[in-house]
Design a protein around this ligand. Structure first.
Ligand code: ATP
Ligand code: ZN
Length: 297
């Protein structure tokens, strides 16, 4: 940690696609915040951790210079920086966070002449991710010209600025609205927890480790449900087979009921009404499904 500070800093996107879920994750990890008047800072009230609210593009730089120890940022942004400046110490991706999912893809005009990767040779491709695109083209020995644009990449083909684009896609609706379709995925991305490459002293390293474990614990509860029920002991094998379980269910005996058991099982969120109805048909009763808020495994 910076020698003038005794609090950790974590950089989060100020306003954009990742902001809300990043802060929600930190809250689930046990942090409570108070906003500064200028809304650029969130002071941690119950742990020595503050949140810096910034543009996502600034997060790799803040980690590299050591202004923040941790950051939540799209892998696309993190890796673009690493590929653009390969001989600089780069932040490490500690953990994928399961939101902000998208892919960096090359897309071409509908009904155009570009039908395969080989057709990209000799074309102009517009992108905000020149390092990723250059890396991808180099690995396939495709010679194409890269046109760097910082916004509205999807209209470049219509403006005659490029033959194809390399841009982030999630649903594909933006591409379709611009009469484009995907040709190939360059990389898959989601929000990740990233660590500064600066060496930390032992105390800071321990604080970082503790916070990361909490974030991992809050994240691993995402999409996990706890199913509780009672059932005849004889139905146990059929019930176990049916569950989209994450681990082996706990089976508990019930007082004075030798033929019945209580079952607790961590399940994926694939557990739906259909499963519950089927469990009931197998003789289960008292079914309860609870959201798992945090886990420490
Ligand atoms: P900032 O003002 O912070 O620079 P931005 O406009 O660059 O914001 P957003 O559009 O909010 O960024 O996207 C932030 C991140 O969300 C992207 O870097 C990417 O990791 C992720 N993301 C998920 N789906 C999409 C998508 N369909 N288009 C763009 N980004 C997406
Ligand atoms: Zn940005």
């Amino acid at each position: 940690m910076n020698e003038n500070r005794d609090r950790l800093r974590i950089a989060v996107q100020k306003s954009g696609r990742l902001s809300e879920q990043s802060l929600a994750l930190l809250r689930r990890a046990g942090l409570a915040f108070r906003a500064s008047r200028d809304r650029l800072f969130l002071y941690g009230e119950n742990m020595p951790v503050d949140v810096l609210l910034v543009r996502d593009d600034d997060i790799p730089g803040l980690l590299i210079e050591g202004s923040c120890e941790l950051g939540i940022v799209g892998r696309n942004v993190l890796d673009e920086q690493r590929l653009a400046v390969p001989d600089q110490p780069a932040p490490t991706e500690l953990q994928a966070l399961g939101f902000g999912g998208c892919r960096l893809a090359i897309a071409v005009p509908d009904n155009g002449p570009l039908g395969s990767i080989d057709d990209l040779a000799g074309t102009r491709i517009a992108t905000s991710y020149p390092a990723h695109l250059a890396d991808w083209l180099r690995a396939r020995n495709i010679k194409a010209e890269i046109v760097v644009l910082n916004g509205s990449v999807e209209i470049a083909p219509r403006l005659g600025k490029a033959h194809a684009i390399c841009d982030l896609v999630s649903s594909g609706a933006t591409l379709a609205a611009n009469q484009l379709h995907e040709l190939v995925t360059v990389m898959k991305s989601e929000a990740v927890l990233a660590l500064s490459p600066r060496t930390q002293n032992a105390t800071t390293a321990a604080q970082i480790e503790r916070l990361c474990a909490r974030i991992a614990g809050a994240q691993s509860g995402d999409g996990v449900r706890l199913l509780m029920l009672q059932a005849p002991r004889s139905a146990l094998p059929a019930i176990t087979r049916l569950l989209p379980a994450c681990n082996t269910p706990s089976v508990l005996s019930l007082d004075n009921q030798p033929d019945a058991v209580a079952i607790q099982a961590l399940c994926s969120d694939a557990l739906d009404w259909h499963h519950l109805e089927e469990l009931k048909r197998l003789g289960a009763s008292g079914l309860m499904v609870l959201n798992v808020e945090r886990m420490l495994v």
